[in-house]
Design a protein around this ligand. Structure first.
Ligand code: DC
Length: 675
């Protein structure tokens, strides 16, 4: 069974987020600290699956890493000579751990033949199934040129790998392809100082994702190794280079993770501000801001923060983003966020030069195209590009995430459409951002819901309708759905206890509300919907869990901007548990029986009543009281979604209130919340 997360439709976004540490920097930092001489204290390190894999790997290799506090670690460097000479490392799906560790173990000082160690050194590196589908031959070939002894333990060209002691050749000139993954070059660069001779790395083909190489070079310099370079075509690491601990180092906030929040600000109004990265960041993904700007968003960059606001519009209203045609080679990860922004843009968006997407956590071009189509977009995918035409209306969909954290985070933005979104396997964000959805919830405001629950004839329908009218909100009479189902069932001769058939009917029936009129399968429904008999039947079918589940989506669909007032029995507890205002509206049983009686009599105390035999009137009131009590009993006692005052719901007893007073009571709660 896959778990999922339902995000309600979102109205706006503003606020501030403190970013978690950058994944790219965290894993490089850990490894460089381990390869250094001396002790390094790393602050603001990211906690995530990928950094966990690196920490695990280093500890398995005998590197001492002390945890000083949450996000603060002390790494005791081993100068490239790992204490453990024979072990197996499991590195999950962490490319930023797998590639560099492969290079480092293949060239580590304690792993050379003829070295001071006579132990039969042997390392095995493996990962999850997807890791074993991600190519690594280009890196292995380059390492073999230096004399590394690496064997493929599964399929030729892919992990898992076996690594034996290297016989280092003196001519340290090697070449590596630059157009598959920049992590190969990063891995070679970081491992090169472990070799005593000069190492010259030549890049064959166009180098992709250059900003990630900048991060690598920048951090190597921080640890005392300066790489000589000839543009992007060759890099030289001098023999005798040695990493030295810089002492205390800080990890920048993750610029790729920033993209989701900045996009939220650009789509949902903003400003949304992220803290932890700024204009001097060493991460290439900060240039995502330029792309967002090209789409029309307003961006501000500070020393250590960035903020995004939607394009300016008339008056207080912001306007829509516009489509772009962009070479995204320099921002491969953040470009995924642009693909989802395209849903909210005027015109077509084309993202080019993104072939590397195909060999990431999943085939991201294919995954992105498949999921964008689910919400109604027209998508064209090529070997190295994706072109997105937004739908007129973004549809509700269940999004698959392919065990790819970025798919899950990107698609949370779809909730800015009208319909909200369901994200399957949301926990996959743990790869780089375990509490992503909690942080996201802090800067987005969902379409407000005022949930009004209460027993029969408590007046909640009348009150809810008037509140909706006063605020210009949509209105959901959830009881009407159960009544409609009961009617439809009776018309089709379906027994009121036949759960499966009723659930099917509930899912299939088409309902349309317009003011006081209700259509069932395009036929106008009359007064029979309001009869006591229909109400009793509704209460019977409403006790069936399958029926309640089948009606859930229909109820959620009513939540649309600018807001919803929903009345029923379980609005606050089950259907809209995140409702901003929860009211439990009630009145004494006598008062409710009297209200129902007046309703039946035509609201005003009619002539008929005056003329009616007093005994008959009393009898009718007594019967109504009994019926109402019986229904209350059934609605309160049922095992599924029973009528109850939800946690956090405000009790509003209307026994002695007029309708206008009750409406004012609800509006007051709503406004109190807003101010
Ligand atoms: O609110 P009403 O009288 O129209 O509701 C008719 C019946 O439907 C009620 O007896 C219980 C059921 N109901 C429910 O179980 N859950 C709701 N949210 C609304 C109504």
């Amino acid at each position: 069974m896959t778990s999922f997360l339902d995000l309600p439709p979102l109205l706006s976004a503003y606020g501030t987020v403190r970013l978690p540490g950058s994944k790219s920097i965290s894993n490089r930092m850990l490894l460089l600290a381990a390869l250094s001489n001396g002790v390094t204290e790393i602050r603001d390190l990211l906690h995530s699956d990928d950094t966990e894999r690196m920490l695990d790997g280093l500890r398995t290799l005998g590197v001492q890493v002390d945890t000083l506090g949450s996000n603060v670690y002390r790494v005791h460097g081993c100068g490239g000579n790992f204490p453990v000479k024979k072990t197996a490392l499991f590195l999950g799906n962490a490319g930023t751990a797998f590639r560099p560790l492969t290079a480092v173990l293949a060239l580590a000082r304690g792993n050379w033949t003829g070295g001071e160690y006579e132990l039969p050194n042997y390392y095995e590196l493996s990962g999850v199934a997807r890791m074993h589908e991600r190519p690594i031959a280009d890196l292995v070939d380059a390492l073999r040129e230096l004399g590394a002894d690496i064997s493929y333990l599964g399929v030729e060209g892919f992990p898992p790998l076996g690594i034996r002691p290297a016989t280092i050749h003196s001519a340290g000139k090697i070449s590596v392809r630059g157009d598959v993954s920049s992590q190969f070059l990063t891995a070679l660069l970081m491992a090169a100082p472990l070799v005593q001779q000069d190492v010259v790395i030549e890049v064959v083909g166009e180098l992709i994702s250059k900003p990630y190489i900048e991060i690598t070079l920048n951090m190597m310099a921080q640890f005392g190794v300066h790489v000589e370079r000839n543009g992007w075509t060759s890099f030289t690491v001098r023999g005798g280079s040695q990493y030295k601990s810089p002492g205390v180092v800080f990890v920048e906030g993750d610029a790729s993770s920033a993209s989701y929040f900045l996009a939220a600000g650009a789509i949902g109004g903003g400003p949304v501000r992220v803290e932890g990265v700024g204009k001097n960041s060493i991460q290439g993904d900060v240039r995502f801001t330029e792309a967002l700007q090209a789409m029309g968003a307003r961006i501000e960059l500070g020393e250590n923060w960035i903020s995004a606001t939607a394009p300016a519009g008339r008056g207080a209203k912001h306007s829509k983003l516009r489509g772009i045609n962009l070479d995204c080679n320099h921002i491969p990860d953040a470009a995924m966020t642009l693909a989802v922004c395209a849903l909210f843009a005027e015109g077509v968006t084309t993202l080019r030069n993104i072939a590397s997407w195909r060999v990431k956590e999943t085939d991201r071009i294919h995954a992105m195209a498949t999921e964008l189509r689910k919400v109604g977009a027209t998508v064209e995918e090529g070997a190295d590009f994706i072109r997105i035409t937004p739908p007129v209306k973004i549809l509700h969909a269940t999004i698959d995430t392919y065990d790819d954290h970025r798919m899950a985070m990107c698609f949370s933005l779809v909730a800015f459409g009208e319909a909200g979104v369901r994200i399957n396997d949301p926990q996959c964000v743990a790869k780089t951002f375990p509490d992503y959805f909690a942080r996201f919830a802090e800067v987005v405001q969902s379409v407000p819901v005022i949930a009004i629950d209460g027993p029969s004839a408590s007046g909640k329908g009348t009150v809810a309708q008037q509140v909706a009218q006063a605020l210009g909100f949509h209105y959901l009479d959830s009881g009407a759905l159960y009544r409609l189902l009961a009617l439809a069932a009776q018309r089709q001769g379906i027994a009121l206890n036949s759960a499966a058939q009723l659930a099917k009917l509930a899912a299939e029936m088409q309902v349309r509300f317009e003011g006081a009129y209700i259509w069932l399968n395009e036929v106008l429904v009359g007064q029979e919907l309001r009869s006591e008999q229909t109400a009793a039947a509704a209460s019977t079918v409403a006790a069936l869990p399958a029926v309640r589940a089948a009606l859930l989506d229909k109820q959620h669909a009513f939540r649309r901007a600018p807001g919803l007032v929903a009345d029923g029995r379980d609005m606050a507890s089950v259907v809209f548990p995140d409702a901003q205002v929860k009211i439990f509206l009630t009145a004494s049983a006598d008062a409710r029986a009297e209200r129902r009686y007046k309703q039946l009599m035509g609201n005003e105390l009619s002539l008929m009543e005056k003329e009616m035999n007093a005994n008959i009137a009393t009898l009718l009131q007594e019967t109504l009281l009994k019926e109402i009590s019986a229904r209350d009993e059934r609605d309160t006692q049922r095992s599924v979604a029973p009528l109850q005052q939800a946690v956090g719901a405000i009790l509003l007893d209307t026994t002695n209130l007029t309708v206008a007073q009750a409406v004012q009571g609800v509006l007051k709660s709503y406004h109190a919340l807003k101010s």
